[in-house]
Structures are given as C-alpha cells and as structure tokens.
Design a protein around this ligand. Structure first.
Ligand SMILES: *Cc1c(COP(=O)(O)O)cnc(C)c1O
Length: 436
C-alpha cells in the first residue's frame, strides 16, 4: 500500500510486477529478469519516471522524437484531427491529411520520387518496397528477377521479408533459415564517410551483380548510415557507384531511410550527401516526430507505371490502417515544423556538442572508435556491454541511453540544448570509465 512518505513507491512496484507477468518487451525474455522502467510522462527532452526521477532522453525513442515530447504544435495538430476523424478506411476513400502529407513528401524528396504508398511501420514499408520490386519485374515479363541484394551489417526490420534482408548473423537467419527467403549479401562498405570510395571498395557488390543480375530485382541499402546493424557511416561515393552498377545491370535501387530521414545525418535525407536518387524509398521512424506509427514507401514513375500499366495492373497490398488520418496529421505537422526551423544549423550544433562531449571516451580502455555524424554519436567498444549492469548506471546519472551489443550511442531529439547534450555525453563517458 502507499505509504505517506513514499507516495509513488507502491505504484512503481505494482506496475513493474504486473509488467513482468503479462508483457513481452522488445528483444527480451519472458522470464523477465530485466525490469522495464515505468514512465509516467515525457516533456521536451525529459522522460519522467514513476518514482519522480527525470531522465534526459538520448534515444529520441529509437530515432523518432525529433521535436521532443509533448510539443505544443504537434499536440494541437492531433487534437484538431481528432475532432475531424481519427480513422477511415483508405480503400476508395481519401482525406486531406494523407493528400497533404504525400504532397509534401513528394516535394521534399528527389524529383523522380512522385508516388507514395502509406503503411503502418518501417518493416512493412520494406515489405512493400520488396513487393514493388518483384511485381515490377513480373510486369516486365522478367519474373525470374526475384532476388534482392542487401549489405552485411544492415538492418531493415523484423518481419519475415525485412528480416531476410538483415545481416545474416544479427538478423537471426540461423533461427529461421529454412523459412526466410534467400537473398544475396554484399560486404558492408569499408570506405568511411569522409573518404573516397575506390572501385575495390565496391568490387564484391559489382561481382555479385555481374554474376546474378538476371535473377536480381533490386539492391536495398540504408544510405550513408547503417543503423541498428552496427551504427556504421560510409562514403557517399559508394552510393554513386552503386547507382551506376544498378543501372548497368538493370536492377532497381531501394534506399531504406527509415532511420536516416528527416535531418538526422545533417541532410534532410541521407541520400542527399551523394545526390543519388533511388527507384524506391522507405520512410518511417521520425516521419511522425515519434507521435504515431506510420511509414511510407515512395517510388518513381518507372516503378509505378511499370506495375500499373502491365500485368495484373494493381499493386497487391493494402493494410487496414493505411493512411490513418491521425498518423498522417502527426507526420504533416512534424514535417512542416521541421522545415520551418533552421534544422541544418541545429544538427550542426548537436554534432559539435557530441564531438566535444564524447571526445574523452577515446582515451578509455576497451573503446575501439568514437564517431559522430549529424545528430548521431557512437562509442564502439571491443566487447558487448552487460545490459543488466549498465542500464541502471545510466538511470542513476539521470540519462536514458540504451546500448546494444558493442555500441553505446545517442541520437537526441533536435531540441536538446548543449548543456543537456554535455550531461548526456559525460554520463556515457563516466559509465564506460567506471565499468573500465
Ligand atoms: C527501424 C528500422 C526499420 C524497421 O522499422 P519498424 O518501424 O521498427 O518496423 C527498418 N529499416 C531501418 C533502417 C530501421 O532503422
């Protein structure tokens, strides 16, 4: 029961106990040995825990909350849409939030990408991209082109199609090996972001395409930043060379910008570092500023017309909650807000603060590399961290950092000020120093 001196203690414990019994958290065991921290509210860049503690959020809820939490502009957009309608089916019906959002996405992305297909999550946006590529070749009377090429250390989602494109090791192909469709994998690019990319750097990809292009429908990559598969940054020139290879071997090119889209790398979309246009583009995560789940798969006329003017004609996909008006309003508000702000300067400022704050980590034992790009800061370690040990250490220092494997990283909301970034980085350095 609640005691007079500790008003929130009981709630906290009760919530955690029930959570442990009935909930399955992402990538976790149901025998529940790692407790989840109850959050009761979030505002700006701070998460408020049930016990009253406040944490500076270094994760932006997995890259999404670019404007922070409880943002008045975002809140107003959703409240207004709620008064109109929260949902209607998208088959045969349309509505202003979807049309306005699709138009702004077409305006902001390269000119060739002029068609938008909405879905509910990033993984589904990738499934849709795969389906588009396969259906395209089917309609071109090349049904043998059904394989994709992805990069090692890549991540494209957790559903079966998307999982089949993830790094074969971290993507758990050994667990689902017989059921997962088999695709081709090229080595992760070795040329760093600020380096040129030689022909040797892309030779394995070129060889793969040369040998198998007759069965290859598309190449899919996360441009510039390989996110959840390793937080690696690579040379824009790789994308220039990749586009040329795809053209030479008559293969579609898919960019998965689900993590990198909407300013995170310093450009509105990471592909702009290379000025390369894909045939198909996947968006998600920060599309709605982290308010709702929504994703989009965009394509050019070659793909849209290629599917629509031949073969079965219709594109064979249509999620129940497709184009959800609330989610589209959130995405529209978030995107309009972003481009109304001097976000380039903001991301540059965050980059400088991350560089400064993470610099001392270079001196720590067990640190392999410290790297930053845009509003992303990464400390790569020699060995995987012990989550049971490290997670409470961050919480005790008043920050929310959730490492995975050998990577302790942050991608803060864009509204975070330099002082909070300094606190965040100091906590990362301090925790790693303490762990030795
Ligand atoms: C997160 C992510 C996905 C999957 O998105 P979900 O919304 O989690 O399904 C796909 N690709 C990339 C690059 C991602 O970062």
């Amino acid at each position: 029961m609640t005691s007079a001196t500790e008003p929130d203690t009981w709630d906290w414990k009760q919530l955690q106990d029930t959570d442990r019994k009935v909930i399955w958290h992402p990538y976790s065991s149901a025998s529940g040995n790692l407790d989840a921290y109850p959050v009761v509210s979030a505002s700006g860049v701070r998460l408020k825990l049930a016990d009253g503690r406040e944490l500076i959020d270094g994760m932006a809820s997995w890259w999404c909350a670019i404007h922070g939490y409880n943002h008045p502009v975002m809140n107003r957009a959703l409240e207004e849409q709620l008064g109109q309608m929260s949902h209607v089916m998208f088959g045969g019906l349309t509505h202003p939030p979807a049309v306005k959002l699709a138009s702004i996405l077409v305006d902001l992305t390269p000119a060739s990408l002029n068609r938008v297909f909405f879905s509910d999550s990033g993984s589904v946006a990738v499934e849709v991209a795969m389906k588009m590529a396969l259906q395209y070749w089917h309609a071109q009377d090349k049904p043998q082109k059904q394989k994709l090429v992805a990069l090692r250390q890549g991540y494209h989602g957790d559903t079966f199609g998307a999982m089949s494109l993830c790094d074969p090791v971290t993507g758990m192909h050994h667990l689902f090996g017989d059921v997962l469709p088999k695709h081709y994998f090229a080595p992760a690019p070795e040329c760093a972001f600020d380096e040129p990319c030689s022909d040797a750097d892309i030779k394995a990809m070129a060889d793969l395409l040369e040998a198998h292009h007759q069965e290859i429908a598309a190449v899919i990559v996360e441009p510039i930043v390989q996110g959840a598969g390793g937080m690696r940054f690579y040379s824009p020139e790789y994308l220039v060379k990749l586009r040329a290879l795809c053209d030479a071997f008559d293969t579609l090119l898919i960019f998965d910008e689900i993590a990198t889209g909407f300013g995170r790398t310093g450009k509105l979309f990471a592909m702009e570092h290379a000025a390369v246009e894909p045939d198909i583009l996947c968006l998600g995560k920060s599309l709605t500023g982290g308010y709702m789940t929504l994703a989009a798969t965009m394509c050019n006329s070659r793909v849209a017309d290629g599917i629509s003017n031949k073969g079965v004609g219709a594109f064979m996909h249509g999620p129940t909650f497709m184009g959800n008006p609330l989610a589209c309003s959130a995405a529209l508000a978030s995107t309009e807000l972003l481009i109304s702000l001097p976000w380039q300067r903001t991301v540059q400022r965050i980059n400088a603060a991350l560089k400064l704050g993470l610099e001392p980590a270079r001196e720590l034992p067990g640190v392999v590399e410290v790297r930053t790009l845009g509003a992303i800061g990464v400390i790569e370690l020699e060995q995987a961290v012990d989550m049971r040990k490290i997670q409470p250490m961050f919480v005790e220092r008043g920050v929310w950092i959730r490492p995975f494997g050998k990577l302790v990283y942050t991608m803060p909301p864009f509204i975070m000020n330099d002082e909070d970034i300094a606190t965040l980085c100091a906590a990362m350095v301090d925790v790693l120093a303490t762990l030795g």
